[in-house]
Design a protein around this ligand. Sequence first.
Ligand code: ATP
Ligand code: MG
Length: 263
Amino acid sequence: MSKRVILHDQNEGDFFYREAIKTLRANIRFSGRSRQVIMFTSVFSGEGKSDTVFHLAEEMAKLDKKVLLIDADIRNSVLVNRFGVEDAGTGLSEYLSGLEEDVDPLIHSTNYPGLYVLFAGAYAPNATEMLSDDHFRLLLETAPKVFDYVFVDTPPLGQVIDAAIIAQHCDGAVLVIESGAVSYRVAQRVKQQLETSGCHILGVVLNKVDRGGGSIYSSKYGKYGKYGKYGKYGKYGKYDKYDKYDGSREGDAREESARDSEA
Ligand SMILES: Nc1ncnc2c1ncn2[C@@H]1O[C@H](COP(=O)(O)OP(=O)(O)OP(=O)(O)O)[C@@H](O)[C@H]1O
Ligand SMILES: [Mg+2]
């Protein structure tokens, strides 16, 4: 491993959010020893994968676990900018494209003890091809020998196929769903896509749930608006949670766009 990077978390979340992340952490721990490499995906962009996976990784590391967070969203990585990382250097895309020979020097320790990161690296338009490379499979096979958990942040599966490719090499997947944004049918389709990749779905995070409270942000978090929205989990492994959206959101623009991109 090469250097230590400092991550500045601006959106730590409120008490309820942190508790929800701890519940997710417990569910993942109880999902079994064989579930070490876990990917996080969603149907659409902006549903909260990157925030969820970072906070989960941080909480997991607090239990004296060694956690590697891999940012595999090579098309649209936010980690470096959102966390104000200086001098992130090269990352996954450079490794997969062969510009970097070894991956070890690209894995950085952080200011969160136990939490390590592999940044996405430079934007690459051929991300799908890169992630299909054997080096990526090898990385996900060898990392669990060194780390207790490997969490992989991915692009939304409803929009690009990358997550399905990543899923082939993971022990499990967590689907992050923004409350009210995704129809039952579309969520089912993504679930099936993941299952076709041979990846066990560990559960669903129902994110941005409006708990009806007012803003509980301090001014520091003002840009988030309602932090009351943060975190609450659908029952793990159950999709019938989304029944209520079926049909009723037929006109949902996001669903329309998913249909269009499928056509
Ligand atoms: N529970 C929440 N409540 C309020 N805001 C949230 C919540 N979860 C995430 N956000 C915010 O929503 C935006 C999108 O979140 P995030 O980047 O984690 O989504 P994503 O699924 O990773 O998106 P992408 O598909 O573009 O990678 C960010 O501004 C994030 O801080
Ligand atoms: Mg993201």
